[in-house]
Design a protein around this ligand. Structure first.
Ligand code: UT7
Length: 331
């Protein structure tokens, strides 16, 4: 509370970027033993955007960040902190957020990355929220960005049909009043770490010719097991978020889920009792962009006029770690 007013973290602008190149299901039929029908029925994905050979993840992040900054009509000098959620950083060191800081010229900002896989954007938003509510920073750039295509095993049909590249960004600020983040919750369960992981390239298996030959530098996922845990976990996650804020599903103007699988999205909406016309879906065009997915979907919803002042929206994610997270926001 400041002068009797509650301080909240408010998303004041959004931006997103999708690389130009599009890879369709028909294109994938020529690469691995799959079919448009299988991909569509099992995932809901029709196509995904793929970064060019020369685009790294910071290049995508920069485009999304520039849009968010210009829409907020702020000076880059006023940004106190940059947080980038990604599992496909430009390089292990330094943080992708530092490359982003350099490119946009945000000289006064601290910058670091967060790895929480597909929950990364909401993890980053929760950190930004905590800094703002603690009074340490006033204005923060939060980005979710991925170039999963660079770490996809294009010989593995179990995973290569799922992922896409892209970036989404928001500017958040501390604002007095009732609008902004009402609650944000993050969770992890490391006992299931191997359901979704990239085993090679870290200190456990540093890069060698063996790790390369054994294809250890690609993302591996036990899809079916992950699917089951996701459906189970997300139902409780979204219900808890509403209950702790004395709200029900009927109060929601829009549900913005992580875009991993249409069957997971529909199951969560059905269990909540939310009509699909109140669910933001871009999975068919974007595939699973991990940490970028909610940030891109949020931006597209805002641009399409699907989020209006005072609307209650619920963001939810589930991914590698395992990690999961939700954010309930009064826009
Ligand atoms: O974003 C972070 C979290 N990730 C998720 O939440 C993703 C969760 N998982 C999923 O979305 C789904 O599990 C997948 C889409 C990955 C897979 O769908 P599924 O219904 O769970 O399929 P499955 O893995 O059980 O495989 C069923 C069959 C298998 O064949 P058999 O063993 O039954 O003969 C697979 O080999 O489908 C086969 N299959 C494919 N067939 C054609 C697997 N991938 C493909 C493919 N094309 N691309």
């Amino acid at each position: 509370m400041i002068d009797g007013q509650r301080l909240r973290t408010k998303i004041v602008s959004t931006g997103s970027y999708l690389p130009e190149r599009i890879l369709t299901n028909q294109d994938l039929e020529r690469i691995v033993d799959t079919s448009d029908q299988w991909i569509l029925e099992r995932t809901g994905i029709r196509e995904r955007h793929i970064a060019s050979d020369t685009q790294s993840v910071s290049d995508l992040a920069i485009e999304a960040a520039r849009t968010a900054i210009s829409r907020a009509a702020i000076s880059v000098d006023s940004i106190d902190l940059i947080i980038v959620a990604t599992i496909t950083g430009d390089m292990p060191v330094p943080a992708t957020a530092c490359f982003l800081q350099r490119s946009i010229g945000a000289h006064n900002a601290a910058a670091f990355d967060i790895n929480a896989a597909c929950s990364g954007f909401l993890y980053a938003l929760s950190v930004a929220n905590a800094y703002i509510l603690a009074g340490l920073y006033r204005r923060i750039l939060v980005v979710g960005a991925e170039t999963l295509s660079k770490f996809t095993d294009w010989e593995d049909r179990n995973t290569c049909v799922l992922f896409g590249d892209g970036a989404g960004a928001v500017i958040v600020e501390g604002v007095e009043g009732d609008n902004g983040i009402l609650s944000i919750d993050i969770y992890s369960d490391g006992t299931m770490a191997e359901l979704l992981h990239m085993p090679g390239g870290g200190s456990k298996h540093p890069p060698t010719s063996d790790t390369i030959n054994n294809r250890m530098h690609y993302i591996k996922m036990k899809g079916n097991e992950t699917f089951k845990v996701a459906v189970r976990t997300l139902e409780k996650l979204v219900t808890d978020a509403l209950t702790k804020n004395d709200l029900t599903a009927s109060d929601l103007a829009l549900l913005i889920p992580h875009q991993a699988n249409m069957r997971i999205i529909s199951a969560t909406a059905a269990r909540l009792g939310v009509d699909m016309d109140k669910v933001m879906v871009n999975l068919h065009r974007c595939g699973n962009t991990s940490a970028a997915s909610i940030a891109i979907a949020l931006d597209e919803a805002v641009v399409a006029g699907r989020v209006k002042p005072d609307d209650i929206i619920l963001l939810e994610a589930f991914g590698g770690g395992l990690t999961w997270a939700s954010a309930l926001i009064r826009w």
